[in-house]
Design a binder for this molecule. Structure first.
Ligand code: B12
Length: 321
């Protein structure tokens, strides 16, 4: 064994950084001969930075529907070429090229203005299900290619987050059912998927309570227990692994009251074709409307009865005056 001191990162760091699970990394190493990590003094895998970058490219192409078997045989230059081609194809249909120049100029006012204009023109539904996802892809790719820095990515996120929040604020639903608690779990910093879901839930008449990012599982359960929360909704981005998301969902399901539904969405869960008992996976934001309608249909009698009781109470109170 070569125990010479070498630089590199652990398998956990690679998992976190690329979104590829540890098991996948080990299987690829055995089956395809890549990656080829070094070993440290205690025989743990150490991945050099250029291999982490290579793996990130592979994962990016997998997210676009390419098969890992074929990708693993290609040199880095060819992977870059494939990504560039996919981007060019997408840009023919997406006209979001305006966003990068604005970000590079740090022109926040104009960025806000462009977004507000699109929202007014296209309406909330289209803005959330088409415009923002297209922009997210563009920003994510630009960051990966080094076209923009992390600072510009943060700038973009802040502007979009503020816009979504003010949208949600304007849609306050005065306690209408269902009551939905939204958050992400530990290590999931991405908030946009959650905010997009909240905007659509609120637009469809649900009352939402957001705890922001990274709430410990026991606290999510604590916030749902003994309150009127009907649904807990979580978001897992592509940076989160399926294995970790699944484990968190299974644990949370056990902690939540039985009548509280658990909904989850985001890239980490998309296209798995696997279900998690007691969890409703929503592949796209477009699935929110139908899922809400279904929830209301199953709970209708209960809440119609509750509303009728409330009305009766009010009539009696008025009668007494
Ligand atoms: C902004 C951003 C950040 C910001 C987040 C700030 C914030 N407060 O949100 C910062 C800079 C912190 C960041 C950090 C990282 N990021 Co980032 N980030 C993004 C970016 C540009 C958009 C953000 C986002 O929230 N996306 C997540 C949601 C909106 O998209 P989605 O998962 O595809 O979900 C879709 C649906 O499934 C659905 N959905 C999502 N949630 C829900 C929930 C419900 C209930 C429903 C119904 C539907 C639904 O909505 C989306 C529709 O478009 C994306 C690019 C992209 N294409 O999304 C990268 C991206 C997600 N990040 C990525 C990476 C790698 C990272 C880091 C690991 C980088 C690093 N080395 O540090 C870290 C991880 C941090 C962490 N521990 O979570 C990768 C993930 C790729 C992968 N497959 O592994 C992406 C795709 C960028 C890229 N092109 O490589 N990031």
């Amino acid at each position: 064994m070569n125990t010479q001191k070498r630089s590199g990162v652990s398998i956990s760091a690679v998992e976190r950084d690329t979104g590829l699970g540890k098991d996948t990394l080990r299987v690829w190493e055995r089956r395809y001969g890549f990656p080829t990590p070094h070993r440290d003094a205690i025989d743990e895998r150490l991945y050099p930075p250029e291999q982490v970058e290579h793996l990130r490219l592979i994962k990016r192409l997998m997210d676009q529907g390419k098969r890992p078997g074929a990708l693993l045989r290609l040199p880095v230059a060819e992977l870059h070429a494939q990504l560039a081609q996919l981007r060019a194809e997408k840009n023919q249909t997406e006209t979001e090229d305006w966003v990068l120049p604005l970000l590079k100029r740090h022109d926040v006012d104009q960025l806000r203005h462009e977004l507000a204009q699109r929202l007014a023109r296209d309406g909330l539904d289209r803005f959330v299900t088409e415009t923002v996802p297209a922009l997210n892809r563009l920003i994510g790719d630009a960051w990966m290619n080094g076209d923009i820095g992390i600072f510009e990515e943060h700038l973009y996120t802040e502007v979009v987050q503020n816009q979504l929040r003010s949208l949600i604020h304007g849609l306050a639903n005065r306690g209408k059912r269902p009551h939905v608690l939204l958050t992400t779990v530990k290590d999931e910093e991405h908030l946009l998927g959650l905010l997009m879901a909240e905007a659509l839930l609120a637009a469809n008449g649900a009352w939402c309570l957001s705890l922001g990012a990274q709430t410990p599982l026991v606290d999510i359960a604590g916030a749902a227990r003994g309150t009127t929360i009907d649904i807990v909704a979580l978001s897992f981005s592509g940076a989160y692994t399926w294995r970790k998301a699944r484990a968190a969902l299974i644990e949370l399901r056990q902690l939540l009251p039985e009548h509280t539904e658990l909904w989850a969405g985001g890239e980490a869960l998309v296209g798995r074709g696997k279900t998690i008992p007691g969890v409703r996976t929503l592949e796209r934001h477009e699935d929110i409307g139908p899922a809400l309608a279904q929830w209301r249909a199953t709970h209708e009698t209960h809440f119609v009865k509750m509303d009728a009781t409330k009305q009766l109470g009010e009539t009696l109170r008025r009668g007494k005056k």
